[in-house]
Design a protein around this ligand. Structure first.
Ligand code: 2HA
Ligand code: ZN
Length: 275
């Protein structure tokens, strides 16, 4: 099979382009990673090289030992992924200790995996464990309206979750566990990776204040759809707040409880506080 006909490769490239088309990836903004299944590795391995050198991940991820990930490249532009995936993305292998990685495909003109590699891999480790291996995608994007809200809403999980749930009826069904918020932190490092992975034990989405969102899901469709839903509800909230500081009506806690019952989701009472 041609490398670019492999399903996960097509899905990865399409998601990069979808994010670019949404305007969430100015310049080199954002990053994407996907944990390959055994079938994916079988299909792609004839294209892998073994001779690259092992490099430090900058985080310890023993539960990801010997796993392969397709990831965007550091400093590469999402805009270019569809044209030159072999220049803009790569596949890496994690070593048997979970401390090092090597590039087995891509980045043909040099470069490194995403600057957020520690965050991506620590969160893959958390999500793999929490979902019994179901979750494979970690996505970071610079969603305009979510970023705008981090200047005007308290940086609090309960406030972000509730306000975004109220903006569209489908929201609590799409992210019933809610949204976590990370205060402003230096990107790319170990500290933001640890803070985010603490939140990802509980949530599928974390907001990075004044920066963007970080989210996870089982596949490209669900993960992209999650980011899209969160950003769309943020856009509605920005519009509402631009019209008036006071909503005349909204979805009430008891209405959320009815929704949860009919749609068979659990909505935590901590988000259904009286205002
Ligand atoms: O430039 O978005 O967070 C990549 C990033 C870093
Ligand atoms: Zn970023």
């Amino acid at each position: 099979m041609n490398f670019y006909d492999i399903e996960f490769v097509k899905g990865f490239i399409r998601m990069c382009d979808d994010g670019w088309q949404q305007g969430w990836h100015e310049r080199n903004g954002g990053n994407l990673s996907y944990r390959l299944s055994e079938k994916d590795v079988e299909e792609a391995k004839e294209y892998f090289k073994e001779d690259d050198k092992w490099q430090s991940i900058g985080a310890s991820v023993p539960d990801l030992a010997n796993e392969y990930f397709m990831v965007t490249g550091s400093g590469k532009f999402f805009r270019n992924v569809i044209l030159k995936p072999e220049d803009s993305t790569c596949i890496i292998k994690v070593d048997e200790t979970g401390e090092k990685y090597k590039i087995v495909w891509g980045l043909v003109n040099g470069g490194r995996p995403t600057s957020e590699l520690p965050s991506h891999l620590m969160n893959h480790q958390v999500k793999k464990k929490a979902t019994n291996g179901e979750y494979r995608v970690i996505y970071h994007c610079h969603t305009t309206n979510v970023i705008a809200l981090t200047f005007v809403l308290p940086l609090d999980d309960k406030v972000f979750t509730r306000e975004l749930w109220e903006m569209a009826t489908e929201c609590p069904v799409v992210f019933p566990d809610g949204i976590g918020v990370v205060d402003w932190m230096v990107p790319g490092g170990h500290d933001i990776a640890v803070a985010t992975s603490e939140l990802m034990k509980k949530y599928d989405v974390a907001v990075w204040a004044h920066h963007g969102i970080f989210c996870s899901g089982p596949d490209f469709d669900i993960t992209f759809g999650l980011a899209h839903t969160v950003e769309k509800s943020a856009e509605i909230l920005v519009k509402v707040l631009s019209i008036t500081p006071n909503k005349l009506q909204t979805i009430k806690p008891d209405q959320f409880r009815s929704l949860a019952k009919d749609f068979k989701v659990t909505l935590h009472e901590e988000f259904l506080y009286e205002k």
